[in-house]
Design a protein around this ligand. Sequence first.
Ligand code: PMP
Length: 359
Amino acid sequence: MSLIENIIRPDVRELDAYHVPDSAGYLKLDAMENPYRLPEDMQKRLGEHLAHVALNRYPVPSYTALKAKIREKLGVPDGYDVIVGNGSDELIVIVSTALARQDRRARVLAPVPTFVMYALSARFAGLDFVGVPLKADFSLDMDAMLEAIRTHRPSVLYLAYPNNPTGNLFDVKDMLALIDAMKDTGIVISDEAYQPFAQTSMMPYLPMHPNLVVMRTVSKLGLAGVRLGYMSASPELLAEFDKVRPPYNVNVLTEAAVEFALDHIDVFNEQAASLRTERENLSAALSTLPGITVLPSSANFVLVRLENADRVFEKLLARKVLIKNVGKMHILLDNCLRITIGTPEENRQFLDLFAACLR
Ligand code: PMP
C-alpha cells in the first residue's frame, strides 16, 4: 500500500481539488467580487494605518476592538456578540467541527442548489449532508423541508439569504417557520454573504430565536482579499463555537484593515448601492435579448437561463470573458449561467460580447 493510500481518507483521495480558473487578462465576472477598489486617498491612508501594525506579535485572540466595531457598524442587536473567521468559509468549518459528534452521526440540512461549502465542509468533518430541492421558482419547498426536519433531525439547517447561485431571497415567513420547526433539534444559519445587496437581514430576529445564527462576510462588500467573516448568535452558542476556532485565525493585517474599512463604511455602502443599480440595469438589458430568461436577484450577480448555455459559455471564454457555468450543479439550474455584476463599463462590454455569442 502506498503512503497516500495508507494515510489519506479514501473519500478525500477521490475528490477533485476546489478549482479556481486562471483569470489573468479576462473580463472577470465569475466570483461575486466587488469590482471597485478603494479610492486612491483611502489606499494611502490604509497603507499608513497598516504600517503601524506590530507584525512581530500574535493577534490578541479576543479581537475585542474589531468585534466592537463590527457590532457597532453592522447592525448586530444589543447584547449580542460575534465570532470572527478567516472568511465565512472558516466559520462553516468551525460549525461543522463543533457539530461532528462522536457518539452518533450528525446531519446538515440545506435546500439545494445552494453554496457548495455547506456540503463539502460537512463531508470533511464526518457529518451527513441532506439536500432538499428548491421548487422550480427557487422558493423553499416547505412540505419537503418540514418532512426532512422530522425525518433527519438535522443539527444545522443552512439558509443562504440571498441564496447562491440562484440570487433570490427566501420568504421570511417560511424561514421563521423552519427556525421554529428546528427549535428542539438544531440551529438555523442565515448565511447573509450578499446582505449588502439585499438590504434585509435576519439579524433583528436573533433575540427572539435562541437557535438562530446569522453569518456574514465582508468579502462581497469589497474586501474579498482580506478574508473576514463574522457570525452572531446567543452567547451560549457562540461560546461553544469559539472553543474550536483556532486562536489566531484572523491575522493582524486583516484585523487592522477591517477596522479601517469599517471606519469608512459609507464608501463601501455607496459602492454596494451602485452595484444594486447596475444589477437592475444589467437585468433589464439582458431580458431584452432573444431567448434569455433573467431570474430575479437580490445579490451582486444575476442568473440567466438560455438554450445552449454550455456553447455560449465556451464562446465567451474564447473571447476572454469569465462567468460561471452552473448548469451541471443541479437539475434546477439546467442551462443557467451566473454573471457577477461589474462596473458599468464592464457590464456594457459583457452585454456586447454576450449578445454576439448568442448569434
Ligand atoms: N456564503 C455564501 C452564500 C457564499 O456565496 C460565499 C462565497 N461565495 C461564502 C459564504 C464565503 O464567503 P467568504 O469569502 O467570507 O469565505
